[in-house]
Each structure stands twice: as C-alpha cells, then as structure tokens.
Design a protein around this ligand. Structure first.
Ligand code: KIV
Length: 264
C-alpha cells in the first residue's frame, strides 16, 4: 500500500471513499493498525483516560504526547499519523501553539489536531502557513468537558447547529484538511459534511460523515467502565486478556508452566 498523505485523505472525499481512523498510543498497537490498513492513526489525548487512567484528558502534557507520538511513529509506515495538541499546549498563545505543534512533527506526527472553532482559527491559519497540516475537532470537544457539564451531544438546538456549521466552514477556510465531528446529531453531521470540501471524520456523528474514528480501546473492548452508545466493540480483548492472564496464573501455580518446550 502506498503512503497515506493529506492529499490522499482529501482525494478520498472527492472519490466518496470512506476514511478510516483509529487512535493508537504505543508501538505494538500502531503496527497492528498500520498492517490492517487504517488510513489515519490518531495519537489522541484520550491516552490520558485509557492509558494513564485520568478521568478527563485535561492532565495530558506535551511530554506525554511527544513520548506516545514517537512510539506510534516507530510502528507506522503507511497510515497518516496525526497527534493531538493537549490542553494548554496552544490556548495560552499562538507562539506556544506553533512551537508545540512543531515539536509533535519533530517526533513523528505528520499533522496535528486541535479542538475548537473560531477561538483557534487564527492559530490554524498560522500553522497551515508554516506547513503544519491541521485536523479540526468540533462538537463535543473533551478539553471543554467542564464547560459542557459532561459528555453530552452537541448542536441539538437550531442555534447551536448553525454555530457548528459556521465554525466548520471557518476551520475549512483557515486551511484544516479535515474535521472530527464528535457527538453531534447525524442530520447535522450530514449537513456539515455536504457543505465542506474537506472530509469530516465522525465519532458518534452518524454514517454520513466522510470517515469514522473510534478510540482503539473502545473498539477492541479494552475499556473497563466507559461504553458510550456510539462505541461499537469490534473485539473483546479485555475478556481474552483476562482469560490468558488467569490461565498463566493457574499454570504457574500448578507447575505446568514453564514446561520442556519453554525451557533451556
Ligand atoms: O483523543 C481522542 O481520542 C480523540 C478522538 C476521540 C477523536 O480526539
């Protein structure tokens, strides 16, 4: 398979080919996603919740993102690698945002994703002008979780829907190459998708988006206690892992392991 680039992603929308995206945080899973042929690997700041055990994404630092982006980049050769700009890595000034985006690119990312609409538009323009591709993120933006008062569907009222459409167009005009739409009604996601030249990547936003993304740990059934409606479990790795670990414990205790085949 040939390398997926920003151009490939834009062409997929024109050809009406669905775009596939999943998150990854480490080398081993990154190799699986790449080998399976996923278009976009997102080093999401969801790593704070599914890998580091925080209750929100807010404590994730640039150092966390750099470490995990570097690990993922070692396992990917074909997929496009996008890395999240974590909370406070861009909100406190454009210069800081540009520097932090650049650090992610220096560590293996090929594009960055940042949450927000009109508030980030000037920064998006600057990043794109400096050659740093940007993926937007609208709807339920988890870094604003306290402002939303919880993980709730966004854009439900007519006014909120109009604002989301306006912000999506603004991000497109600022140069984003795609926009994640998280937890928005599917009709609104469809309207936004039809009104943009760049692809929309949905998560809890219905089937009319140009592509779909899920948090890998939700997709593979590894998250113990967070199961949003949109997160279909495509495998149950938690159950499989529990089974394997329990068998290991039992075989060590009984003396069955290590046997001749696993000894020198
Ligand atoms: O951090 C993340 O995993 C994300 C996806 C949910 C889009 O932003």
């Amino acid at each position: 398979m040939s390398k997926i680039t920003i151009k490939t992603i834009l062409e997929k929308k024109k050809k009406k080919e669905k775009i596939t995206a999943l998150t990854a945080y480490d080398y081993s899973f990154a190799t699986i996603l790449d080998e399976a042929g996923v278009d976009i690997v997102l080093v999401g700041d969801s790593l704070g919740m599914v890998v580091l055990g925080y209750s929100t994404t807010l404590p994730v630092s640039m150092e966390d993102m750099i470490r995990h982006t570097r690990a993922v980049s070692k396992g990917v050769s074909t997929s496009l690698i996008v890395a999240d700009m974590p909370f406070l890595s861009f909100q406190t000034g454009e210069e800081k945002g540009i520097e932090n985006a650049g650090r992610l690119l220096q560590n293996g990312a090929e594009a960055v994703k940042l949450e927000g609409g009109s508030s980030v538009e000037p920064l998006v323009r600057k990043l794109v002008n400096f050659g740093i591709p940007v993926m937007g993120h609208l709807g339920l933006t988890p870094q604003a979780i306290h402002a939303f008062g919880g993980y709730k569907i966004q854009g439900k009222s007519e006014e909120a829907a109009k604002l989301l459409l306006k912000e999506a167009k603004l991000l497109e005009s600022a140069g984003c190459f795609s926009i994640v739409l998280e937890c928005v009604p599917k009709n609104l996601a469809e309207e936004i998708t039809e009104n943009l030249q760049i692809p929309t990547i949905g998560i809890g936003a219905g089937e009319k988006c140009d592509g779909q993304i899920l948090v890998l740990y939700d997709c593979l059934g590894l998250t113990p206690d967070f199961n949003p409606k949109f997160a279909k479990k495509f495998a149950d790795l938690r159950e499989l892992s529990l089974k394997g670990v329990r068998q290991y414990i039992q075989e060590v205790k009984s003396g069955e392991f290590p046997d001749e085949a696993h000894s020198f």
